[in-house]
Design a protein. Sequence first.
Length: 533
Amino acid sequence: MKTTDLVSCKRNISNQEYILTDGALEFLVKLHQKFNGRRLTLLKDRKSFQTRINEGHTLSFLEETSDIRNSDWKIAPLPDDLMDRRVEITGPVDRKMIINALNSGANVFMADFEDASSPTWENMVNGQLNLRDAVRKQIDFLSSNGKEYKLNPETAVLVVRPRGWHLEEKNIYVQNEAMSASLFDFGLYFYHNARQLMENGTGPYFYLPKIEHYKEARLWNDVFIFAQESLGIPIGTIKATVLIETITAAFEMDEILYELKEHSAGLNCGRWDYIFSFIKKFHNRMDVIFPDRHLVTMESSFMRAYSRLAIETCHKRNAPAIGGMAAQIPVKNDVSANESAFNKVRADKEREARDGHDGTWVAHPGMVALVRDVFNKEMPTRNQINKKLDYKITSKDLLEIPPGEITEAGLRTNISVGIEYITAWLNGRGAVPINNLMEDAATAEISRAQVWQWIRHPKGKLTDGRNITMDFVNTVIDEELDRLLTKYDFHFKDKFIRAKEIFSKLVYNEEFVDFLTLPAYEELVKEGNRDAE
Ligand SMILES: CC(=O)SCCNC(=O)CCNC(=O)[C@H](O)C(C)(C)COP(=O)(O)OP(=O)(O)OC[C@H]1O[C@@H](n2cnc3c(N)ncnc32)[C@H](O)[C@@H]1OP(=O)(O)O
Ligand SMILES: O=CC(=O)O
Ligand SMILES: [Mg+2]
């Protein structure tokens, strides 16, 4: 039996044969056979740890790894093209957006299979095809309005973010198991492009999302070693930046850098998932409740503490600490709202640069020049890793609850944004502008998690004293759905209704659902299968 006979592909779309070649499938099978068991065990560990937290266990820095925190070690030296990352643009793996992002003037482009992408089979396969073409500098695009897109001579350094460990790619089965989405995204990009990237003078670079424990970073490191050995590429060629975007990972920053040290390209503050993770991990705790979403900002003391701890930890280990995403994007046809959006992004980036970040993320090409100017002023050198800091952050600082009120407007926004975002996701878009803000899977997670918590928490009351009951939420969901249907002139009505059902289940389900993308993905798979019939 050939190795490729072990794989079955549930969907068939044009051109997938250029990505799912026999060699690539063989590589995916090997990754699956070697690492999927460990992935599943680590996911079980996440569940048992959640049970412990539900029973009252609080987070603290780990005893078992104190040697790693207290001893002197550094990550391996970084390649030259990762030394200056002052502006990093992110975006989905859409063909036009890849070209725009690579041409945007940013130092780095993070091509995102994760928070910014809806994982339809079409998006995932075409994303791989687009990246393959981009790496070979053979990517172009003609839009329906006749605008032509091609790469500039100088482009951003490409970094790819595969999906997180919790997700599966249900269109690919190895024997009777669905493939891990992380191994699928990583494996295909690495297999097709690692050598070409090296010939281009760069390398296979990754962002790693939603890690909850240092052993999950160890798993990635072992995947990297195996992948490099399999293709005969020197160990340490892969470089990966880990997003610190779960509350548990905030207590294990040193450990995560240590696990990946020959492959590490530092840490990034994934602020939106971090807020979500805090609410999720402590959803059962009566001393934890967050106010309206817009009141939880990087100025909130627990968020400032976390980003400062990331910077301090990285610099101690000679690693870059990259800042996060301000959600403001340029506002069309409203000069003062546009100015306000730019001012907010400027203030956010000034704080990050002054605190010691070595670069940061932007959501939109229109923000690149602004953020570059801020970092040029605040950071005249290629990075500021040499700035060794001692912010003296404690567990208590990381766990401080942000103060503030819960309002009816805040509840309505969460419900409306949640339903509108899930609708876009079911339509194949993973990042969308809503109310002049970038919304993606991470920001939408906060919205639905807050509604779940406010319904159940004794302090889940509006400022005027009304309780946030299921009945009240139900009424608001119906009203917001009607408003959305009218706003979109009843286009995508079926999708809105499906999104409302998914959102409602997420907030009514007694057990907190780990990720909204899990039930929403089931819907995508069902729809894909229907289309294929
Ligand atoms: C929490 C996190 O994980 S953050 C990281 C994940 N999230 C993201 O990456 C979101 C990235 N940003 C985006 O997807 C987009 O900016 C959105 C959805 C927020 C707004 O997109 P749009 O409504 O299309 O913006 P807008 O109409 O102003 O775009 C103007 C042009 O800029 C392009 N553009 C906008 N954002 C990007 C981007 N991030 N990358 C590349 N091109 C972009 C558009 O494609 C458009 O190009 P065109 O003029 O050639 O047609
Ligand atoms: O991935 C980034 C985040 O903020 O979440
Ligand atoms: Mg995230």
